[in-house]
Design a protein around this ligand. Structure first.
Ligand SMILES: Nc1nc2c(ncn2[C@@H]2O[C@H](COP(=O)(O)OP(=O)(O)OP(=O)(O)O)[C@@H](O)[C@H]2O)c(=O)[nH]1
Ligand SMILES: *[C@@H]1O[C@H](CO)[C@@H](O)[C@H](O)[C@H]1NC(C)=O
Ligand SMILES: *[C@@H]1O[C@H](CO)[C@@H](O)[C@H](O)[C@H]1NC(C)=O
Ligand SMILES: *[C@@H]1O[C@H](CO)[C@@H](O)[C@H](O)[C@H]1NC(C)=O
Ligand SMILES: CC(=O)N[C@H]1CO[C@H](CO)[C@@H](O)[C@@H]1O
Ligand SMILES: [Mg+2]
Length: 411
């Protein structure tokens, strides 16, 4: 018994000594390594810093941020500093599924300056260049023609309206309706891909969606179309009708007005279509996902339309969303055949998921189309659900196109 104890104690001492020896050589080795290879390298500025206890012996090579994709395009994200994790999560998904092979830049926009942590972490997450833009005050806050008392009153009484209480939400919707494309940095680009924090892309892209839109003469791409909550837009449609009456010549001859105004209820499969009290059936493209051409929004027609609505006041006295405003603008002012449904891009933003229908596409694009959250029991795509306007788009918009109509092997 004693011999065993003595032996164990001896072994312990030897083990500690060996450990100490290894540790000390490692430390001195580490010190030498540090002096010889971790010298300051100006080319590596903005690169990840090696932690002081890193086991890596090699220096990170400077990353090449040069754009590979050939389009005049950028990712955009309006986001708050406090949404950093959500921003990184969306970026990670889109970079992995698409952008790391193209390195399109990211333009971040904010109504207050981005903080250092936000800038460092998002620039490390991006495969390409990143830009951080402060939105000018006059592009964010209510314009001078808005009566502040009336706005405050409406904020106070909109308790049953989704985000009705939130002043910043109204500023955000007004900004995304009429100002994002006026940001100085975006004047350098023709195309944008809107990304929101906390979204996910369910499939590999396997092609450049900007290129697909341009080569097929499209100006706007969406994934999800659904109905709006009517109490957010009580007077939107009457103002749209006033606009149509005032500027009939601005309407495109091949517009998609029917997509917005047909009330056929048998069009959805499982439940009756959401009712509305005006001619507008509440259908809209879900604008938290958009891939589109900035020149459409910069056009005189869209600007006239936006000013008409902004002066009507409903962004502030009601809670008009940028989604119905974009959608109505596009449906009136653009050729409906220039609006494109991306049926092969899986996309999730709480609470809706859209995924390709074809098993072949799902498998070859490595989609992960698990039903989410409260919608566990739902089909794995919103497309044939009661809130979806996709079947209406197929019937009254640009119709249903088929994947084999475009030669995807070229991308
Ligand atoms: N900088 C900034 N960004 C904002 C503000 N409000 C909203 N955003 C951004 O605008 C986009 C849309 O806002 P969300 O709050 O996601 O609106 P939503 O998608 O209708 O609401 P959720 O269901 O909560 O996602 C997101 O990219 C937000 O990060 C704001 O006050 N400041
Ligand atoms: C602003 O709105 C308030 C409340 O609706 C109203 O009492 C006031 O007269 C309005 N002011 C102007 C200048 O129109
Ligand atoms: C809105 O509510 C706040 C807080 O209850 C109150 O201070 C303010 O006077 C109200 N504003 C209007 C215009 O009703
Ligand atoms: C990209 O588009 C913008 C806006 O139309 C234009 O000013 C710019 O010159 C274009 N850049 C390139 C490289 O073509
Ligand atoms: C394929 C599939 O899962 N279809 C289901 C979609 O949702 C409806 C309504 O819940 C079901 O009845 C279908 O079986
Ligand atoms: Mg959101």
């Amino acid at each position: 018994m004693t011999r065993i104890v003595t032996l164990s104690a001896t072994l312990l001492v030897v083990a500690v000594a060996i450990n100490y020896y290894l540790a000390s050589t490692y430390i001195s080795h580490g010190r030498i390594q540090k002096e010889s290879t971790y010298t300051y390298n100006p080319l590596a500025k903005g690169q990840p810093k090696l932690a002081s206890n890193s086991y890596l012996r090699k220096q990170f090579p400077p990353r090449n941020l040069e754009q590979i994709g050939k389009e005049n395009a950028t990712m955009i994200m309006l986001v708050r500093n406090g949404e950093l994790e959500g921003a990184l999560s969306s970026m990670r998904s889109l970079e992995d599924r698409f952008n790391r092979e193209y390195k399109y830049p990211w333009v971040f926009m904010n109504d207050v300056p981005f903080d250092e942590e936000f800038i460092e972490k998002t620039s490390l997450m991006a495969s390409g260049k990143t830009y951080y833009e402060l939105v000018p005050e006059e592009h964010w806050h209510p314009p001078s023609y808005i009566n502040k008392t009336k706005l405050d009153e409406n904020l106070n009484t909109s308790t049953s309206v989704l985000y009705g209480f939130s002043r910043s939400y109204r500023n955000m919707c007004h900004f995304y309706s009429g100002f994002f494309y006026k940001q100085e940095r975006l004047l350098n680009y023709e195309w944008y891909f809107r990304v929101d924090p906390d979204v996910e892309y369910m499939c590999d892209f396997q092609y450049d969606p900007f290129q697909l839109l341009r080569e097929n003469n499209k100006i706007y791409g969406f994934v999800i179309a659904l109905t709006e909550f009517e109490n957010t837009i009580p007077t939107l449609w009457q103002n749209v009708e006033a606009f149509i009456e005032k500027y009939p010549d601005l309407l495109h001859s091949n517009n998609a007005l029917d997509f917005l105004t047909t009330h056929e209820t048998s069009i959805t499969h499982y439940m009756p279509f959401t009712e509305s009290t005006t001619r507008y059936n509440l259908c809209h493209f879900w604008s938290n996902f958009e891939i589109a051409n900035l020149n459409f929004f910069r056009s005189e027609a869209y600007e006239t339309y936006f000013r008409h609505l902004s002066e009507a006041g409903g962004f502030h006295y009601e809670r008009w969303g940028d989604a119905p405003v974009h959608t109505i603008g596009l449906s009136l002012l653009a050729d409906k055949n220039q609006i494109y449904h991306f049926e092969d891009i899986g996309y999730y933003h709480v609470p809706f998921l859209a995924c390709p229908h074809s098993e072949d596409v799902i498998a070859s694009k490595r989609c992960i189309c698990r039903p989410r959250d409260a919608f566990e029991k739902m089909n794995r795509t919103i497309d044939v659900n009661a809130h979806s306007c996709l079947s209406r788009w197929w019937k009254y918009g640009a119709g249903k196109s088929f994947l084999n109509e475009a030669d995807y092997r070229r991308w």
